[in-house]
Design a binder for this molecule. Sequence first.
Ligand SMILES: Nc1nc2c(ncn2[C@@H]2O[C@H](COP(=O)(O)OP(=O)(O)OP(=O)(O)O)[C@@H](O)[C@H]2O)c(=O)[nH]1
Ligand SMILES: [Mg+2]
Length: 312
Amino acid sequence: MTLHDPGNLQSFDGMQTRSGMIALAGRPNAGKSTLVNAIVGEKVAIVSDKPQTTRRAVRGVLTRNDAQLVLVDLPGSQRPRDAMTERMQKGVIRAVADCDGALFVLNGQQRSGGGDHYLAELIKQANVPVITVVNKIDLLDKQRTAQALLDTAEFAPGEIYPVSARTGEGVPELIEGLMATLPPGPFLFPPEEATDEPLEVRVAELIREQALARTRDELPHAIEVRVDEIERVEPADDSGTITYVNANLWVETESQKGIVIGKGGRMIKAIGAAARPGLEKLLDSHVHLELRATVRKSWRRDDGLLDRLGIG
Ligand SMILES: Nc1nc2c(ncn2[C@@H]2O[C@H](COP(=O)(O)OP(=O)(O)OP(=O)(O)O)[C@@H](O)[C@H]2O)c(=O)[nH]1
Ligand SMILES: [Mg+2]
């Protein structure tokens, strides 16, 4: 860096760096979290087929040579249903305006006139550069992809990229497009980090992902997972590190608790067993998971608690 640099230009290994935060906005289930994982090349955000899987902003980081892209995965936007989703919406609008740019993610297979148009207007108001993505093109043939792109161009801001977050098609081109929008600036995170999420949160989210995959209707929305303890033990022999994870699955009613525990504990065991491979990969260790379920009445309506949970 020389004294004549304008602004806060910095160098990394002698190079001038660029960096920026890009917020992902889109309706629930559009595939925002899947896309963040595809771009950063690591699972930093959980995914499910239930709407409103993402509850708080999750940052995913991709660093390449002299450029660092920080993606801010946000909860899906739609008309609020309750106090929790209302807070989530307000948070989304603030988050987009606070970023250097926005990535507007549309579900190419399930387009909704009203919802997508409303969101497009909201994003334009944030006054930041926007790139639009038509996602899930693996589900469309060429002709329907072309039609989806044409329809999207009618109302969506910025350049439009067709992608499949699931197969990775179009993702390299999108990364190039996003990198090109980054303003000069110092790296915001260590280059080797894919996210700044605390380990406890990543662990809790991987468990919640498996609980979401096994529940329906209102129940997925009533589940929160808290990790009480993570303890790494290095055995004297070389049998490998064991990590003991103690986690608590919150629900709102006794009947919900009955469902998540299941007959003879079958459901909660299945959730734990399904979460374990992801946890072992994340923790690079054998994992012993102790999972309990607790009724925490109306936790989604408790403002103080939602604050502490970082929701909204
Ligand atoms: N076929 C296909 N499915 C996808 C693609 N991207 C995401 N999905 C699926 O769409 C569903 C929703 O994906 P998420 O990434 O959780 O969507 P989201 O936009 O983050 O959803 P919220 O967090 O609820 O706002 C999941 O079942 C994904 O597997 C894609 O490119 N193709
Ligand atoms: Mg999500």
